[in-house]
Write a protein of this length. Structure first.
Length: 85
């Protein structure tokens, strides 16, 4: 089987933590990514659920900005649940 080189960038801390985690599992990072690619190819899907974090929704970010502006204006603290609306 012919081999191909794959290069991509990621945060150094994430890379270092990935290497440590793989080592604990008895894997190299290359083996882990190869396993991931094999499962994606075989199953034609990402092998875990990917969801959007509601914290980063446009509505919540706008609310956070309003709260920050209010705090800067009043010098106080705003207490409210951010995801209710």
């Amino acid at each position: 089987m012919a081999q191909a080189m794959v290069n991509f960038r990621m945060d150094k801390s994430l890379k270092d933590n990935m290497e440590k985690t793989c080592k604990k599992m008895g894997l190299t990072v290359t083996a882990a990514y190869t396993l991931f690619a094999t499962i994606v190819t075989r199953e034609q899907r990402i092998p875990f659920e990917i969801t959007a974090d509601p914290f980063y929704s446009e509505k919540n970010i706008a609310r956070l900005r309003r709260n920050a502006a209010e705090m800067e204006k009043t010098g106080g603290t705003v207490h409210e649940v951010l995801l209710d609306d």
